[in-house]
Design a protein around this ligand. Structure first.
Ligand code: 5AD
Length: 365
């Protein structure tokens, strides 16, 4: 316990102060008292840098057509049990209007990974329309893209069209583990290079990993956090791996209690907050899949962003990256009301009307 207090004290004094061994120690905590001590130190830092508010980004799941075949993901190319869909520009425009009405001030466009001219132009047009439908007197939404690996030229075109941020999870920073989770054609180095390209293009850059992956160690996770610091990202989105039955990994993944997956997911949030201090950290839907109040617990562990789903409910069943994905039948208005109440219960409020840019990125400008 004394050692933990020493690590926490060092962590809060300045960013990037901890060694990989110390980060590993934090991530591996399981004693209830120790976990509580770490979470409250991380939550204090969250409040210091971001206030007692949570920034919202309505997320549109644009489509589930995917060229990739990641062994863990429910919408992988080879999963023939998924009905593929693609939203239209009109859908995107309509959902963006809902986001303006909700006053979330930021939006995320996510889809399966596709490359090609038609897709590039479609996204460009989505971005332009989201900006064009801003109601009079309202600032256009902050636009985050989560559309996988692309060429630098494409990243630049989307940035010039008006996108602000890009999320591209590295999934794991251990190249050996990466190779076990993906077919050989999925190149770890290209993914890292994409993160560098995004930075060059001027995006606020986000990355992240899954925890609880088969074969992953606490040291791997500690190295993931070090990796985030080394490439100097602005935003983090992480969540525990949750098996999906129609995937190769889902079929062989060992059974792990939900409570354990949740604890590790929350430990990662706290350790990242304690290491990086001023980045945006999302409390992801995967946490909510593990416990009804998983995302609130994420906030109390140090996260400051939530990404409520605003996709029409009829499509949500086809965007199941993992089993038990929550909120499949809740519309945007119900989601907003319930989130507002849930946050109020933990003494937090929605950061209405604010884009909630990464404090880390704003400092660089
Ligand atoms: N469990 C948890 N997260 C998953 N993702 C994909 N499949 C799963 C799964 N089975 C995450 C990946 C991806 C993000 C969009 O969803 O990290 O980057």
């Amino acid at each position: 316990m004394e050692e933990l207090s020493r690590i926490l004290e060092k962590a809060v004094t300045e960013p990037k102060a901890l060694s990989v061994a110390e980060l590993s120690k934090l991530v591996s905590l399981s004693d209830e008292g120790a976990v509580r001590e770490m979470r409250s130190a991380a939550y204090e830092l969250k409040c210091k840098y971001c206030g007692k508010v949570v920034s919202m980004r309505g997320i549109i799941e644009l489509g589930n057509i995917c060229a990739k075949d990641c062994f863990y993901c429910g919408i992988r190319k080879s999963n023939l049990n998924v009905e593929r869909y693609q939203l239209s520009l009109e859908d995107v425009e309509r959902l963006a209007r809902i986001n303006y009405e909700d006053d979330y001030a930021s939006i995320v466009l996510q889809s399966g990974e596709i490359e090609g001219d038609a897709h590039t132009e479609f996204i460009e047009e989505c971005i332009k329309r989201i900006i064009a439908v801003a109601p009079p007197g309202k600032e256009p939404l902050g636009i985050t893209l989560s559309l996988g690996e692309q060429t630098e030229d494409v990243f630049r075109r989307w940035k010039e069209a008006g996108a602000d941020r890009y999320l591209l999870r590295i999934e794991t920073s251990n190249p050996k583990l990466y190779r076990k989770l993906h077919p050989h054609s999925h190149d770890f180095e290209r993914r890292v290079e994409c993160l560098r390209m995004l930075r060059r293009c001027g995006y606020q850059v986000g990355t992240g990993v899954m925890s609880c992956l088969p074969g992953q160690t606490f040291d791997d996770l500690a190295n993931d956090i070090k990796f985030f610091g080394d490439i100097d990202v602005d935003m983090i989105g992480m969540g525990p791996y949750i098996p999906h039955n129609d995937t190769p990994l889902g079929k062989i993944a060992p059974y792990i209690e939900n409570s354990e997956r949740l604890r590790l997911g929350l430990n990662m949030i706290s350790a990242v907050r304690l290491y990086l201090h001023d980045v945006n950290i999302a409390s992801t839907t995967a946490l909510q899949a593990l416990a009804d109040d998983g995302r609130e617990q994420g906030i109390l562990a140090g996260a400051n962003v939530m990404m409520p789903n605003i996709t029409d409910t009829k499509y949500r069943g086809n965007y199941k990256l993992y089993e038990n994905k929550p909120c499949l039948d809740e519309n945007a208005e119900q989601t907003r009301k319930s989130l507002e109440l849930r946050l109020k219960n933990i003494g937090e409020a929605i950061n209405y009307g604010k884009r909630g840019d990464s404090p880390h990125f704003m400092k660089l400008e």
